[in-house]
Design a protein around this ligand. Structure first.
Ligand code: SF4
Length: 387
């Protein structure tokens, strides 16, 4: 395995801490999948170079020399970026931030993966690939409107695994033919990617799939497929509701979101969270090109909102939340702020308390929304030694 320009993310180098993340949104796709509700536009000819110029302008004007532990190129389809543009964006980040052995993830469409490109991605500094496989069944892939087929996805996995120690395989379950999912899981086990994300297909408003929502499977069936995933990946750590990792390969970038820690968001429609302010860039590519970094939303959260969001996010994680982490971060004890709600969640069997942690129970993991609702209720009641 050749060496990346940046440090390879392995169990030995993986670390977490107060480093900030950087999310970079590349909103261009060659074809549009009918279930997708991300910010994206169709682009037959790849990512326009003016978009990369705008991204670099936004990076330079927002940079404050922060220490960065992860960079994530998401989309859209970041694998459409030209290598020189990818390198330019990474160089700009390196010049204006302090990169501390960052995990650098590139989301890739299997259709864009070639042996040569995988090597190029590594050469420019990418050290983790997230591969949008979704299924190893051609009928399912056609239903989802994906541009790759199963054979292409198999090659893409093989080529990525030849070069990268750290990579993720994305799955979608619940698309017809539902039974094909079992075979897909069997192939995943054979491949043994270090990280797997598995999400239920949803039929979101404002997507072409919304008109087909009657085809959605029942909640019971969805739970059955979720549990099938858990059973198939039983030797992985099921560290977040929809994410599984071999030891040391949890996604450092997504852990920033799930711990409600801070990150910059660059590009069209990108979200950021810094110093208690949640912000979003304009979702219009044209507007972004005219004014890189223009915000369409900016919301200052008050202390109680930040605490509630932090707990909600942490309860997506198997590790839950450590009492001393809460104390260090907020300067008060978690019991003083949320004792009553947590006791109630414990009585309902959704949360369990130990001397050091509050964690979701297996039931709390499945019924994560219930935990969220109880915490939001505290927010709406405005209880408030925390304000
Ligand atoms: S699922 Fe991915 S490839 Fe498909 S339209 Fe959405 S962002 Fe583009």
């Amino acid at each position: 395995m050749a060496h990346s320009k940046y440090e390879e993310v392995t169990p030995a180098t993986q670390r977490v801490g107060p480093l900030r993340g950087v999310y970079i949104h590349i909103p261009f796709c060659k074809t549009l999948c009918p279930y997708c509700d991300f910010v994206k536009v169709r682009a037959h000819t790849g990512v326009p170079s003016e978009y990369c110029v705008a991204l670099c302008t936004e990076i330079v004007t927002s940079a404050d020399g922060s220490r960065i532990g992860s960079i994530f190129f998401g989309g859209g389809t970041p694998s459409l970026l030209l290598p020189q543009d990818l390198e330019q964006i990474l160089n700009t980040l390196a010049q204006h931030f302090r990169l501390e052995a960052p995990e650098i993830t590139l989301e890739a469409n299997p259709d864009d993966v070639t042996r040569e490109r995988v090597r190029i991605w590594q050469d420019v500094g990418i050290n983790r690939i997230s591969l949008g496989v979704q299924s190893f069944d051609d009928t399912t892939l056609r239903y989802l409107g994906r541009r790759h087929d199963a054979s292409r996805a198999r090659y893409a996995c093989e080529w990525v695994a030849e070069v990268f120690a750290s990579w993720n395989l994305d799955l979608i379950y619940g698309a017809p033919p539902v039974n094909a999912y079992e075979h897909t899981l069997a192939e995943v086990i054979q491949l043994r990617p270090p990280h797997v994300s598995a999400y239920a297909l949803s039929y979101e408003p404002e997507t072409p799939f919304y008109s087909r929502r009657h085809e959605a499977i029942s909640e019971d069936e969805s739970l059955r497929l979720y549990q099938m995933t858990e059973a198939a990946l039983s030797d992985y750590t099921h560290y977040e509701i929809s994410n599984f990792a071999l030891p040391g390969y949890a996604c450092r970038h997504n852990l920033i979101y799930w711990r409600n820690e801070e990150y910059f968001g660059f590009g069209t429609g990108a979200f950021g969270y810094l110093a208690g302010v949640r912000m979003r860039n304009t979702p219009s590519v044209q507007e972004y090109l005219r004014q890189p970094g223009k915000k369409s939303e900016q919301l200052s959260l008050d202390p109680l909102e930040i605490k509630v969001e932090t707990l909600i996010q942490h309860f997506r994680l198997r590790e839950g939340i450590a009492k001393d982490y809460y104390q260090r971060r907020f300067g008060t004890s978690i019991e003083a702020d949320f004792g009553e709600v947590l006791d109630d969640l414990e009585r309902r069997g959704l949360v369990t308390a130990s001397e050091t942690h509050y964690r979701p129970t297996p039931e709390g993991f499945y019924l994560n929304n219930e935990i969220g609702l109880a915490l939001v209720e505290k927010l709406t009641r405005g209880d408030t030694n925390t304000r």
